[in-house]
Design a protein around this ligand. Structure first.
Ligand SMILES: [Zn+2]
Length: 250
């Protein structure tokens, strides 16, 4: 693996060992969206030492994005967000292999996009793409880590195919935010993106308590977290026939 020096201070934290860091370095994580939420996730995954990160986004950096999309620098206005994000990782942690695709995920291209990746982090902001991603992850036995922010608030959950409630199961919960394209502040995105990144870490560590069958809600305006218990809906049209999740091969 890459040099361990930069991760030495992780060793010993809640059971993180050199072997854990090696496992992280062998992991392949795909981040859907390089906007506000994606920025924080990408930065955290790069700091953790996730060895292979793929970034999907179809937009270019706009000056208006700079209020919340921390990975993009002023000099990158007008460049593709995926290139801007890749540049940031290369500067920060050149040991990480970065794949990028400037594309919009759809039913035709998704398989090529997700193939070879173990964990999908949902940082999209459109409702259709989020539910499409939920279905795609379930169909292909990938762990989905879902996040969403609006204004000062945000939510997160982790979906393990065949084992835990999927987004469609959870949407019956009144607590679940109505997903719409809505601006959000940088700090709320930092909170939720950190939680999503921790879920990635804990999935890879194994044996950790995850946000499965749970919906975490963060309210930065009132300053508080709430966790709502969720259950898998046995009649869920999206996940009822999904076979049990097999261990990720990394
Ligand atoms: Zn479901």
């Amino acid at each position: 693996m890459a040099k361990l020096t930069r991760y030495l201070q992780n060793i010993g934290i809640n059971g993180i060992t050199k072997e854990t860091q090696e496992k992280l370095f062998c992991a392949k994580v795909i981040v859907m969206g390089a906007g506000a939420l994606g920025s924080g996730v990408i930065m955290n995954l790069a700091a953790l030492g996730i060895g292979q990160i793929k970034i999907i986004d179809d937009k270019v950096v706009d000056e208006e994005d700079l209020n919340s999309q921390l990975i993009h620098k002023y000099k990158n206005i007008g460049r593709a967000k995926v290139i801007s994000a890749k540049d940031w990782i290369s500067d920060f942690n050149p040991d990480i292999k970065v794949e990028i695709e400037k594309t919009r995920l759809n039913e035709l291209n998704y398989f090529n996009v997700i193939e070879n990746y173990d964990i999908i982090v949902d940082c999209f902001n459109g409702i259709e793409t989020k539910y499409m991603l939920n279905e795609i992850a379930l169909r292909h036995n990938k762990i989905l880590i879902h996040g969403y922010t609006q204004g000062f608030i945000g939510q997160a959950t982790t979906v393990i195919p065949g084992k835990s409630a999927c987004l469609s199961c959870i949407k019956q919960k009144p607590a679940m935010l109505e997903i719409e394209t809505y601006p959000s502040i940088a700090s709320a995105n930092s909170v939720i993106s950190s939680i999503l990144s921790q879920e990635v870490l804990k999935v890879l560590m194994g044996g950790c308590e995850l946000l499965t069958n749970k919906l975490l809600l963060f309210d930065g305006y009132k300053t508080g977290f709430k966790i709502f218990e969720c259950t898998k809906n046995i009649a869920c049209p999206v996940c009822k026939d999904i076979k049990e999740y097999g261990k990720i091969q990394i």
